[in-house]
Ligand binder design. Structure first.
Ligand code: SAH
Length: 208
């Protein structure tokens, strides 16, 4: 569905500083409406976060685009996502990299997201129902990691999941603020960059 609303959204993203044409094209190709409950579907191409049940939200397209662009993805990359939610971000990633591993702690969201991947015939996404903070040790190392819920810290365990020159993009709590941060692993130390202020649902421990 390449209608006026979709074209308008892509233009808006471009004007807001999303310059990576591969990211813009992945957004254009992905039907956001299938990730959204029926009663909000008419707003699928508005640049806003929307509820997906269980007090969770599908992120705003601009933030999905900004996080994806900040990951500097290559087509041979193996990416880990903590917080599958609706599966929208995972689907965007799946068009840009070799394989996406995504973890969700809420069972019903995990199941709905799996169905969404089937509908879209995305076969390079591997899902897991678990607490993402425990990581995915069997699949270490990853080229990139993305957090889609705000965290107090990135655990040492998760840092150990990433390759040399690997990148982690995550919303991180800083007092009352939430800041989107980019961490790059260089010579086994971590370089930290601030991207922008954001608003995310919290990263919580355990499963539900
Ligand atoms: N990427 C999602 C955003 C969903 S909101 C999308 O495009 O729709 C963040 C998600 O992170 C929620 O579904 C929440 O349940 C999940 N989450 C929070 N803490 C988590 C954890 N420790 N492990 C796995 N998932 C977590």
């Amino acid at each position: 569905m390449l209608d006026v609303r979709k074209i308008r959204l892509t233009l808006e993203l471009r004007e807001s500083g999303i310059f990576d044409s591969k990211v813009l094209s992945a957004i254009e190709k992905t039907p956001r409406e299938i990730f959204i409950p029926e009663n909000f579907r008419h707003q699928a191409y508005e640049n806003i976060a929307l509820p997906i049940g269980n007090n969770q939200t599908i992120s705003q397209p601009y933030i999905v685009a900004l996080m994806t662009q900040s990951l500097s993805l290559k087509h041979n990359h193996k990416v880990l996502e903590l917080g599958t939610g609706s599966g929208y971000q995972s689907s965007i990633l799946s068009l840009l990299v070799r394989r996406v591993y995504t973890i969700e702690r809420i069972k019903s969201l995990h199941v709905t997201a799996e169905n969404n991947f089937k509908k879209l015939k995305l076969t390079n996404i591997v899902t897991k129902y678990a607490d993402g903070n425990l990581g995915w040790t069997e699949q270490i190392p990853f080229d990139r990691i993305i957090y889609t819920a705000v965290t107090k810290t990135i655990s040492k365990n998760v840092f150990n999941h990433i390759k040399e020159n690997g990148i982690i993009v995550a919303p991180v709590l800083d007092g009352d603020r939430q800041i989107l941060k980019k961490y790059t692993k260089i010579d086994n130390s971590i370089k930290e960059e601030l991207i922008t202020d954001v608003k995310f649902v919290p990263n919580l421990s355990g499963t539900k």
